[in-house]
Write a protein that binds this ligand. Sequence first.
Ligand SMILES: C[S@@+](CC[C@H](N)C(=O)[O-])C[C@H]1O[C@@H](n2cnc3c(N)ncnc32)[C@H](O)[C@@H]1O
Length: 254
Amino acid sequence: MTDRPHIDSSKVQQLYAETHKGYSALFTKQRSGDNFCFNRRVDVVRELAPTRILGLLDCAVGSGEVTGSVLSNSTVEKVVVNDFSPHMMSLARSYLIPKSIEDSIPAILFNQDDIFHYLDSTDEEFDCILCIGLIAHTGRLDELLSSLRRRLSNNGVLLFQSTLANHPFVALHRCLTQKRYQRKFGYPIAYYTERELLDAFARNSFTITESRKFCIRIPFGDKISKRANYHCERILCNVAQTWGSECIYKLLAI
Ligand SMILES: C[S@@+](CC[C@H](N)C(=O)[O-])C[C@H]1O[C@@H](n2cnc3c(N)ncnc32)[C@H](O)[C@@H]1O
């Protein structure tokens, strides 16, 4: 089992209360390394999502761009988006409601809850679940995977993103910033190595059907020069398919 320090969810909520205003800007076409990586995240999720989905759950919708890309590209019958931050939920509503009208998407159910509580209290099943950008802020990898497994229908897929702790740039960045991050925000980011992720998927009866790595994330790249860092990410896009610092796994319940 992969133990991590406990993450106090009230601190995570506080972080998003303070920073939500800048979150949507990460998905604009501005030339920075961060923007490049968030847009790659959207593209990879869209590419990996099934084209026909009966029930879609986004565990942590954030400002809605990731969910929106799936809704634009796939035929979806029922959509539940969850997030425990009222601030992020409000961004998601502003982004997704006009989009759902424009693209004739069925009504979206906005659910504001802690994901662990939601997964354990609902008996709904989904054939596609998005868990993108969440594990870093919850830890409790096995607990989350086992709850997600129970809500996935037969042949359902889970798209699961994590930053990779064994990537040398992630390891360096973490080593240089984790104490400061914890002092500032009151909780540590939960990072997992590829080995830890693969073992946890197997323990919780998931098999990997596809995985995509992306983004090199040069430490402090945007602090040095947003534009230069953007161009580095763009040029190294193919390299990142093998040496990327983030991975999205497409998991099938077995
Ligand atoms: C990094 S953002 C990711 C949002 C979106 N999935 C994306 O990729 O852009 C993390 C989101 O997770 C939400 N979150 C963190 N912990 C949560 C929890 N325990 N339950 C529900 N939402 C949570 C935060 O409010 C925030 O909106």
